[in-house]
Design a protein around this ligand. Structure first.
Ligand code: NAD
Length: 242
């Protein structure tokens, strides 16, 4: 405990799944956490887990992100978790689907990093953690635009890491395998009666990951223990890539 003591953190998409687990883990490690989401009732219950503050934040809205960052000021940790999994090949992906996925999965991170970076730099540095996916490294079937958008997240991460490497900023991504979260379970249900087994089969460990197992990596990257680590994809995948 106290691995993040004295640090101030903003987490996006903190109402559910990986973002929520990261907000809770950051708070447990002593950070002052501002947990955000568009699902206000979802974040409302985070107080009992030690999260200091919650706020409605739509990461697709540039004006909202900018005014939120202005109000919050200096932070030490920015964790970007918002993302959406589109199902299908290029033939099922309309222009609207493509734009939505890139807007929510990639441009959201462009918005939040751009908005928070100036105060982070003025304060002497910080750690940015972006939730990418194993799909960025090896596309699963029927994950055309998801894989392309997560590949962009991983390279956006490296570009930011390089450009600010001498100014105290670290920027890393986490590439989870299949993790049991509300949206993942919805995708399993949509895949039919044996949907869950199909998702488990992608994991060579023979089980789904937990959001807490991803949050453990996020705590490490956010903390000073990772001071020599920047611009990398940390794979936490139960053997998905093997
Ligand atoms: P989830 O998909 O179950 O929940 C996503 C959260 O994002 C919800 O609380 C939702 O309200 C919020 N959200 C949606 N649109 C938003 C917006 N415009 N602004 C702010 N918040 C918004 O959670 P998850 O499955 O843990 O996914 C989180 C991240 O992890 C995503 O980027 C996803 O691509 C990535 N990921 C998930 C898995 C997995 O198997 N679950 C694997 C690899 C990567």
């Amino acid at each position: 405990s106290n691995r993040l003591k004295g640090k101030r953190a903003v987490v996006t998409a903190a109402a559910a799944g990986i973002g929520r687990a990261c907000a809770i883990a950051f708070a447990r490690e002593g950070a002052a956490v501002i947990a955000t989401d568009i699902n206000e009732s979802g974040i409302a219950t985070l107080g009992k887990d030690g999260v200091a503050e919650t706020a409605r934040l739509d990461v697709r809205d540039t004006a909202e992100v900018n005014s939120f960052a202005k109000r919050v000021g200096k932070i030490d940790i920015l964790l970007n978790a918002a993302g959406f999994v589109h199902h299908g090949t290029i033939l099922e992906c309309s222009d609207e689907d493509f734009d939505f996925s890139f807007d929510l999965n990639v441009k959201s991170m462009h918005r939040t990093i751009k908005a928070f970076l100036p105060a982070m730099l003025a304060g002497g540095g910080g750690s940015i953690v972006n939730i990418s996916s194993c799909a960025a490294l090896r596309p699963p079937a029927n994950r055309y635009v998801y894989s392309a958008s997560k590949a962009a997240v991983s390279l956006l991460t490296r570009a930011v890491a390089l450009d600010f490497i001498t100014q105290g900023i670290r920027c890393n991504s986490i590439c989870p395998g299949t993790v049991e979260t509300p949206s993942m379970l919805d995708r399993a249900t949509a895949a039919g009666p044996d949907g869950r087994e199909k998702f488990v089969a992608r994991q060579k460990m023979g089980r789904l990951g937990t959001a807490e197992e991803i949050a453990a990596m996020a705590v490490y990257l956010a903390s000073d223990e990772a001071a020599f680590t920047t611009g990398v994809d940390m794979v936490v995948d139960g053997g998905f890539m093997l």
